[in-house]
Ligand binder design. Structure first.
Ligand SMILES: Nc1nc2c(ncn2[C@@H]2O[C@H](COP(=O)(O)OP(=O)(O)OP(=O)(O)O)[C@@H](O)[C@H]2O)c(=O)[nH]1
Ligand SMILES: [Mg+2]
Length: 385
């Protein structure tokens, strides 16, 4: 059997650590007459934490190891020694993981942002040692409390990939090819249907470093909503996409009719989810390098009243146009803001041959930061005045 490489749904058991019991102990020391109680508290049990990581893209590790158990807290000891705190168990999950409780079916967490962490099972509190029970009337208490119980539950994790755009199309339409020419992702490309069996995400970068993620999912065929082919189960990976990109094989390979392909795709998506069908979308006519494509395109426009973006992944044409259209919908946020300074015309520069450089001339030195630097908030951070 071929080893699995991608898992988007898994059931796990999580159990937090039990709190350590408090201790009952008395100080016994030579020459100390009234030692008194000195039993320390138990340590608290560890939590089970799910944390979203950019470096994990599947729930595979949980599929092979579905038991997530945190460490128990250590018991308290004499000489007022606290028990050891149980170690938290931090499980890295992909961004876009939904966590459901199996018994109730409730969604208890949706972990989307990188670094976001959620405690899914809280560790038991440590018990009190007998040192806490000392009072004026009870100088030698023997009671202590037990540590808090561990929490145990069954959880179902479901991954819904986070991508700004999702590629949709018949097998062999060139979805993976499009992703590979637009991003540095390396999905498998081949001339047989269902080459892509798992979602693959790539990042498209614009000239100003704006970025968007695009997901490639397995191809859809007629009847997919009823489970034909690979069905529509993987469409959940597009549920969080802002825009759907329909990729149509305009070459009409294997006597396909591109306009019918488009109508079938639309119908299947509608059957899967009306909401998804109503998302903003782009239509890409791929394989425009082939002889038949031009002819098919005319008929396509006639039949569907949609004029698609013409692309050829083989010749890498039409890609910039696609990126421009995609950007309009995705509106990626820029992480870095370049403050572009317009260089003034050197003809207008005043004479600088004198002893002092006139203030006007400084405008032409665009590499100088002429605005006042921001005041530092604290002298210890290098603010020497
Ligand atoms: N002539 C031509 N062939 C292309 C173009 N784009 C993709 N192909 C070919 O079409 C075939 C299918 O491409 P893929 O990118 O694997 O198609 P896919 O839509 O990802 O297919 P599945 O993963 O099976 O759903 C490959 O043999 C590609 O080389 C193109 O622009 N022009
Ligand atoms: Mg593919």
């Amino acid at each position: 059997m071929k080893a699995k490489t991608f898992i988007d749904q898994v059931e796990v058991i999580v159990r937090s650590g039990k709190g350590g019991d408090g201790a009952t102990s008395f100080r016994r020391e030579a020459l100390v007459e009234f030692g008194g109680p000195d039993g320390g508290d138990g340590g608290r049990g560890g939590d089970v934490v799910f944390r979203a990581s950019e470096h994990v893209n599947s729930l595979l590790s949980l599929y092979y190891d579905p038991k997530c158990f945190a460490q128990d807290g250590g018991p308290g000891q004499g000489q007022k020694m606290f028990g050891k705190r149980g170690k938290d168990l931090i499980v890295n999950v992909p961004q876009g993981t939904e966590v459901y409780e199996v018994d109730s079916g409730l969604l208890i967490a949706d972990i989307t942002e990188a670094g976001q962490s959620v405690i899914v099972a809280k560790g038991g509190a440590g018990g009190y040692g007998n040192v806490h029970f000392k009072s004026s009337v009870n100088q030698a208490p023997t009671e202590h409390t037990c540590g808090g119980a561990a929490e145990e539950k069954r959880l179902r994790l479901e991954l819904k990939t986070i991508a700004d755009a999702g590629l949709l199309g018949f097998p062999n339409a060139g979805k993976s090819s499009l992703l590979s020419v637009l991003s540095s992702a390396k999905p498998k490309i081949a001339s047989y249907p269902f080459t892509t069996l798992n979602p693959v995400v790539g990042t498209i970068v614009w000239n100003d470093w704006a970025k968007a993620r695009m997901a490639d999912v397995p191809g859809i065929i007629e009847g997919a909503a009823k489970g034909v082919g690979l069905g529509l189960a993987f469409l959940k990976h597009l549920e969080r996409s802002k825009v759907l990109v329909y990729v149509i094989d305009m070459a009409g390979t294997d006597n396909r009719k591109p306009w019918e392909d488009y109508k079938i795709l639309k119908k299947e998506i509608e059957e899967y989810s009306i909401e998804l069908a109503e998302r903003p979308f782009l239509v890409v006519a791929n394989k425009m390098d082939s002889g038949q494509a031009k002819e098919n395109l005319e008929r396509f426009i006639e039949e569907t009243q949609v004029s698609p973006i013409q692309v050829s992944c083989a010749e890498k044409s039409g890609l910039e146009e696609f990126k421009t259209e995609l950007r309009k919908i995705v509106e990626p946020k820029l992480k870095f803001h370049h403050t572009h300074v317009e260089a003034p015309d050197l003809k207008d520069m005043p004479d600088t041959t004198g002893d002092e450089i006139p203030e006007d001339a400084l405008r032409f030195a665009t590499f100088l930061k002429l605005e006042k630097p921001k005041e530092k908030s604290h002298p210890s951070r290098g603010n020497i005045h």
